[in-house]
Design a protein around this ligand. Structure first.
Ligand code: ATP
Ligand code: MG
Length: 558
């Protein structure tokens, strides 16, 4: 990933171990900028900052049930007293424990607390530097309300705060409907920075505001069709034809007339999934339907062990394992499917008559040919990087941990919770992914490590050096963030490095100062260059900086 390469080349980060990085001064300065914007907007929305321990006792996680559920991403260790602990990947347990010990009445609500902290997740595939680290910086916030309605208002407040945060960071992003994952909860939204290299695929309506993560995206259901007469089932030889394309070509039918039978292992238990020939399984939807911690497609050997049928010829008729099917299969009749015998398929198969399905659900991946579930408009698939995630948690944690308060009737009630994460270190990487050219980074002004890089092109020339140092001091005095490059290097090296580290404004003091008494100001983003006299320089810089900061009034929170 380009952001990873650039951060290494530009000296923003250094790798210590897989997924574990040191943040060097420039990298840290950019991270601090993001943190500051996050702080200001969280505070503005009524949240309060605290800092929770990173080491968490196992007992709390056992209480919530996540000690088992979280899996190998949770880094567990034993201390000298043989007590089990973990390094916090997230803090629902700790914050809920804190609140249950200290908050007892509805009069103290709502409460909204957040922290900015290093998290540890033992990711299976750490990669792309800060994009998916094992150790990374996150802002995590948690809210506690007395009622669902109040929790809904808090969630909306956080939604608006997030819109402001990512706008102020100068990022192009989109908020999308998302799956809630291991954290649980009933509803969630992800904030995606748009970038072709993003790991997530998002589905966006070309017509209305519908946007969703692929894991959650729905399509408008195809129209109901009148069921035709059910024809008698027929077995037909399909020698060596195993794949959808080969079978449908051989049978001279379209993939829409074929149902494929796929075997998955859900926490080790086999399940057959039926899908229209031209559709693909969305595994997170399947996982949610089955309530499984992990689903994985069975390999050829596992399929054979479980069903006695070689892959490619499998079908649900007289199949002994659980069968679930995608909603679109419900609308099909007289379809083709594997005959559970090598080199054979069956034609005119029908659900209900020939076999039973234990559950129908939306299990498929949406495609660009689908229609929007809200307005019927066309859909577009694009890529994004998840930088934030907000959840309505409801009472799942407060009930599990028995965290209650007394309501205005004196009744004990569980807190209604929400949680809100931002990948702070990932946001910096995402910003670079979105803003770079062949010469290096082009950081948005609000999160650049400094606003101006000042090049002294001739450190041996006293006049030039004096002018550069004068400008440097004046910048500092007038609140312009500046980094001076007064290394004993050739101008070409300094220009190259200034481009690489992506500082939005380059200020150069060199030969034209000796000759004409002017310095050069250049915008990293547009390449626009002009000269200025010493006395007007800082004023010009201030104007440029102001015009590139995201103004309050331009933020259009939805
Ligand atoms: P992902 O799907 O990318 O693994 P997640 O759903 O596990 O993310 P959350 O638990 O919602 O992430 O964490 C909140 C935020 O923390 C994410 O939106 C993301 O920006 C950031 N984040 C999560 N995992 C990592 C990681 N390994 N490295 C850097 N940032 C991360
Ligand atoms: Mg994750």
């Amino acid at each position: 990933m380009i952001s990873h390469q650039l951060m290494l080349r530009a000296g923003f980060i250094r790798k210590l171990a897989s997924g574990i990085y040191s943040y060097l001064p420039l990298g840290l300065a950019a991270i601090r900028k993001v943190e500051q914007i996050v702080r200001e907007e969280m505070n503005r929305a009524g949240a309060q900052e605290l800092l929770l321990p990173m080491v968490q006792p196992a007992e709390l996680w056992q209480e919530s049930g996540r000690w088992q559920k979280y899996g190998p991403e949770l880094l567990r260790f034993t201390d000298r007293h043989q007590r089990e602990n973990c390094l916090g990947p997230t803090h629902e347990e700790v914050i809920t424990d804190l609140v249950r010990m200290n908050v007892h009445s509805y009069r103290e609500l709502p409460i909204n607390l957040y922290q900015i902290q290093t998290k540890f997740r033992d990711e299976i595939r750490p990669r792309f530097g800060l994009m998916r680290g094992r150790e990374f910086i996150m802002k995590d916030g948690y809210s506690f309300d007395a009622t669902d309605e109040a929790a809904g208002e808090t969630y909306e407040k956080m939604n608006r705060a997030y819109q402001r945060i990512f706008s102020r960071c100068g990022l192009k992003f989109r908020a999308v409907e998302a799956d809630s994952g291991t954290i649980g909860g009933s509803f969630s939204r992800e904030f995606m920075v748009l970038a072709d290299t993003g790991e997530d695929t998002i589905v966006v309506c070309k017509n209305c505001s519908y946007a969703a993560n692929m894991e959650k995206a729905r399509a408008m259901e195809s129209p109901a069709v009148e069921t035709p007469d059910l024809l008698p089932m027929e077995k037909i030889e399909t020698p060596g034809k195993r794949k959808v394309k080969a079978v449908t070509e051989f049978l001279n039918i379209s993939a829409k007339e074929l149902v494929k039978t796929l075997v998955y292992l859900a926490d080790g238990k086999p399940v057959a999934v039926l899908m229209r020939g031209d559709h693909e399984v969305q595994e997170v939807k399947l996982q949610n339907l089955l309530g499984a911690l992990e689903v994985e497609m069975a390999d050829d050997k596992q399929v054979f062990d479980v069903t006695g049928v070689p892959t490619g010829y499998l079908g649900p008729v007289s199949l002994e394992i659980k069968v679930v099917a995608d909603l679109e299969v419900m609308k099909m009749s007289n379809f083709a499917i594997g005959a559970n015998e090598k080199n054979f398929h069956s034609l005119n198969v029908n659900v209900g008559r020939d076999f039973e399905v234990s559950e129908f659900a939306d299990l498929r991946m949406v495609t660009a040919d689908d229609r929007c579930p809200s307005c019927g408009g066309g859909l577009k698939l694009t890529r994004g990087i998840e930088v934030g995630h907000i959840f309505k948690l409801g009472t799942s944690y407060s009930e599990a941990l028995n965290a209650t308060f007394l309501d205005n009737q004196g009744q004990e009630q569980p807190f209604v919770m929400g949680c809100y994460g931002i990948g702070v270190s990932r946001s910096v990487a995402a910003a670079i992914e979105q803003n770079h050219d062949k010469d290096g980074m082009i950081l948005p002004m609000p999160i650049a490590p400094v606003q101006v890089v000042l090049l002294n092109l001739s450190t041996k020339d006293e006049e030039i050096t004096q002018a550069a140092e004068g400008l440097y001091k004046e910048c500092l005095a007038r609140g312009v963030e500046v980094l001076m490059d007064d290394r004993d290097e050739r101008p070409g090296v300094k220009f190259k490095d200034a481009d690489l580290i992506g500082i939005p404004i380059r200020l150069t003091v060199g030969r034209s100062f000796s000759k004409d008494g002017v310095v050069e100001i250049r915008s990293r983003r547009t390449g626009e260059t002009f000269t200025a006299s010493l006395s007007e320089t800082v004023e010009r810089l201030k104007k440029m900086i102001d015009s590139e900061m995201v103004a309050d009034s331009s933020i259009n929170s939805q």
